[in-house]
Design a protein around this ligand. Structure first.
Ligand code: FAD
Length: 291
């Protein structure tokens, strides 16, 4: 009942929320306030990221364990290969198992110099996410999610090669994928088509990030390979002298994207909440999907 892959396939539309491990006490309060505010919407699952370089190992374990123990929500714990030997990864999986976490987002992670820097595997560790998928799969305890990239991973040779990688992760045992943020629905649908053309029917959840700060999204997008289409930037910039209107337009654009995605057959929506509930709930209200 705890396995996300089956819930997405059998449960109709899936809605999920992503959080990150906060740095300090104030951030911790904000996180739990957001979790509390979003809980009544009964997401299919909530996920907690794994800090760059494995820096949040203990926090990610602690937060997902508390969600499993104290809330009605199903947590998914992200896990990366950065800086870990296989033995360390095994120990982290033991912790998750003991904490009642039954879903793992299996990722390679990024080099410390960022997503575009050359990747050097840790001695005794893994080179690719597909190897982590295989290890997690072998345990039999967890359902596994993997990352997908509608515009291609920034170091992929081509969109076709990128689809091959995603398909390899599915064949290694991933039950579903969640995408990087993107702003053109066609990029998502084209990715789904490339995966289906390879004979793989794994559900792919679109990752939704509202543009509340165009400059910040552009900078982040440059790093991770997500572009902000000119027509979208234009709609936001047309309101540049009215912060409330800029925010409202960012929410409206995200809601439009969500509607197009669901109408086109996306199995659900995965919201990047940045540990806040407000923007996500504003999008929800516009979609008229509230329970
Ligand atoms: P992989 O699938 O291993 O791909 C990495 C690169 O290697 C790609 O360019 C791919 O094309 C190439 N590749 C893969 N397999 C092969 C092969 N067999 N031969 C040749 N090339 C290959 N990062 C974090 O640190 N913590 C998080 O919690 C986190 N959560 C994320 C959640 C989502 C939904 C997404 C989309 C990303 C997340 N990331 C996170 C970022 C992620 O770690 C980076 O995007 C990373 O650069 C790629 O991870 P991956 O799992 O896709 O790696």
């Amino acid at each position: 009942a705890q396995h996300i892959g089956r819930l997405i396939r059998e449960g109709g539309r899936s809605f999920s929320f992503e959080f990150y491990p906060p740095k300090d006490e104030a951030g911790e309060e904000q996180l739990w306030a957001a979790i509390e505010a979003l809980g009544p919407y009964r997401p299919t699952f909530v996920s907690v990221t794994y800090g760059a370089g494995g820096s949040t190992r203990d926090k990610t374990v602690r937060i997902t364990a508390r969600i499993a123990r104290d809330t009605a929500m199903i947590p998914m714990a992200h896990l990366t290969c950065v800086g870990h030997t296989v033995a360390e990864i095994e120990a982290i999986l033991d912790d998750y198992e003991a904490a009642g976490v039954r879903n793992i987002m299996a990722l390679r992670g990024d080099p410390s110099d960022g997503p575009r820097a050359a990747w050097t595997p840790t001695d005794g560790g893994f080179s690719y996410a597909s190897e982590l998928v295989e290890l997690v799969r072998g345990r039999g305890t967890f359902d596994i999610g993997v990352a997908a990239f509608p515009e291609g991973h920034p170091s992929s040779a081509s969109l076709e090669a990128d689809a091959d990688v995603l398909v390899a992760k599915a064949r290694a045992g991933a039950a579903f994928a969640v995408t990087q943020m993107f702003f053109r629905a066609e990029d998502y649908f084209d990715l789904v088509d490339r995966v289906r053309a390879r004979g793989v029917d794994m559900p792919i959840l679109p990752g939704i990030m509202p543009i509340l700060n165009l400059g910040a999204i552009r900078r982040q997008g440059e790093l991770i390979g997500t572009s902000v289409p000119q027509e979208i930037a234009d709609r936001i910039q047309a309101r540049a002298d009215d912060p409330a209107a800029v925010r409202a337009e960012g929410i409206a654009l995200a809601a439009e994207l969500c509607e197009t995605l669901l109408a086109g057959g996306a199995p659900g929506l995965h919201f990047y909440t940045l540990n806040r509930s407000k923007a996500t709930l504003e999008i929800f209200d516009r979609l008229n999907l509230t329970v």
